[in-house]
Design a protein around this ligand. Structure first.
Ligand SMILES: Cc1cc2nc3c(=O)[nH]c(=O)nc-3n(C[C@H](O)[C@H](O)[C@H](O)COP(=O)(O)O)c2cc1C
Length: 440
């Protein structure tokens, strides 16, 4: 039987990161599993960190569970890491397993640009502001390093000695359903040779050292085209772009922003793209302010458009599309450790928010993206690791975007509407528009 989105089998590994029996995490996992079970063809495997040891110092005589973790990870099409917060991060015991996975998988990951697993992170803690988001972000970044697409994240609070709220339980159920859906789409993307040419938006935000930004962008453009995708470029260099001022009454009612500046050009290109590659200078401990300004406005647009659709057309609230567009970041700066990683982390966080598919490339020196220390343009060729990282990341964004687009075309009839984002309105699904594009 030919595969369809509905019948393709996927195995979802659920990793329980709580070290205690009868944990709150286990209760949420029961609802996640029920959600997964609603998806035809989805099966579940499990691994628990409860009493798990990995041959670490002092525990050499205990059963070593690493082979079990590794083999389950390798065979899974989707991986969920569910864990509590222990002082601002997930438990240390979990990190032992994740660190070993990183070492064991690094040789494979360094040589292939394959992103064939969907990742989901579910984090809860008892404190109202218990840094659940921070724990989730750390796992998201581990996923990127392990070539697992961080596709969904759920964070919540379970007050001490109380049961999880019904809202959190039902969100866990939907989270399970969603991870199975992402796993199916990603698996379909690898089921057949890519035939579509994706449109990659190459964003040049090399504003602090434009000579270098321009050179890197030109290099990335060639690599994307050589890998068989099309490129649309957009430069933030020298552009005027107002930040979001939260005057939501205006954009909420009119559907566009009161500031008539470079944003509208950026927005229309962002909507039309199938994948993203962003080049950012990072001289101020992270991304340039203009990128934040653009992303503020992009994301407020998602929310306000959703609200308008509810009020005007009765669409369900939070009925946002899963953009599912691959996205990579190249970051460079004049300081050796001056914020390249932070710039990439911020953009990954934003992509997960949008339902995009962040990928990190193949450079073991900077697993979250391509990061370089470049003072002037003539230095660019001196760091071979950086130039190779740029080329491989550009290639991987192109390849994965072509694959996802091919799957969205071939399996158009069975892939849910949520994966087809409007190319005209932010935050809105519009599957119909792809019919013409795909020639149906
Ligand atoms: C050592 C330790 C540190 C903790 N630190 C935090 C914290 O920083 N933030 C938070 O929200 N909860 C914190 N908690 C509370 C747990 O996250 C909370 O009880 C959780 O529901 C336990 O989940 P489990 O039953 O799945 O293990 C901490 C608990 C322990 C034991």
């Amino acid at each position: 039987m030919a595969p369809t989105f509905e019948n393709i089998p996927v195995e979802i590994l659920i990793i329980n990161g709580s070290p205690r029996p009868k944990s709150n995490t286990s209760e949420l996992i029961r609802h996640v599993s029920d959600g997964i079970a609603t998806q035809q063809g989805a099966t579940i495997s499990e691994f628990s960190f409860l009493n798990a040891h990995f041959g670490e110092i002092g525990y050499e005589d205990k059963k070593n569970s690493f082979d079990e973790l590794l083999s389950k990870w390798k065979s899974a099409d989707g991986v969920i890491i569910a864990a509590p917060i222990y002082t601002a991060d997930i438990p240390g015991a979990d990190y032992t397993g994740l660190d070993l996975l990183d070492s064991a998988l690094e040789p494979d990951i360094g040589s292939v640009g394959k992103y064939d697993k969907a990742g989901g992170v579910l984090i809860q803690g008892s404190a109202p502001w218990g840094l659940q988001e921070l724990g989730a972000q750390h796992i998201i970044e581990r996923f990127v390093g392990l070539h697992t697409i961080p596709a969904e994240r759920l964070v919540g609070r379970i007050a001490d000695k109380e049961r999880p709220t019904d809202d959190l339980l039902s969100a866990s159920y939907s989270f399970g359903q969603d991870i199975a859906k992402h796993a199916k789409l990603i698996k379909l993307a690898y089921e057949q040779p890519q035939s579509e040419r994706a449109n990659i938006l190459l964003l040049n935000a090399g504003v602090e050292n434009p000579d270098v930004g321009n050179e890197i962008s030109a290099r990335a453009k060639s690599a994307i085209e050589a890998a068989g995708a099309n490129v649309t470029t957009h430069s933030f260099i020298g552009k005027a772009l107002e930040g979001c001022r939260h005057c939501i009454g205006f954009c909420g009612s009119k559907g566009y922003c009161q500031y008539d500046d470079d944003f509208s050009e950026f927005l229309s290109k962002w909507l039309a793209a199938d994948g993203y590659l962003t080049v950012v200078s990072a001289d101020v401990q992270g991304q340039p302010a203009i990128v934040r300004r653009a992303l503020d406005r992009l994301s407020e647009h998602v929310f306000q458009t959703g609200l308008r659709e509810l009020i005007q057309n009765g669409a369900p609230m939070f009925n946002y599309p899963k953009y599912s567009r691959p996205s990579g970041v190249i970051s460079y700066g004049r300081r050796r450790y001056g914020g390249q990683t932070e710039a990439i982390q911020s953009l990954i966080a934003h992509d997960v928010h949008r339902g995009n598919y962040p990928i990190g490339g193949r450079d073991p020196h900077s697993p979250l993206g391509a990061a370089g220390f470049v003072v002037q343009v003539s230095q660019l060729g001196c760091d071979q690791f950086f130039t190779e990282a740029i080329d491989r990341l550009a290639e991987d964004v192109a390849d994965f975007s072509n694959r996802i687009l091919t799957a969205k075309k071939i399996y158009y009839n069975t892939i849910p509407e949520a994966f087809y984002a409007s190319r005209e309105k932010m935050g809105v699904r519009d599957k119909e528009v792809y019919k013409n594009e795909f020639g149906y």
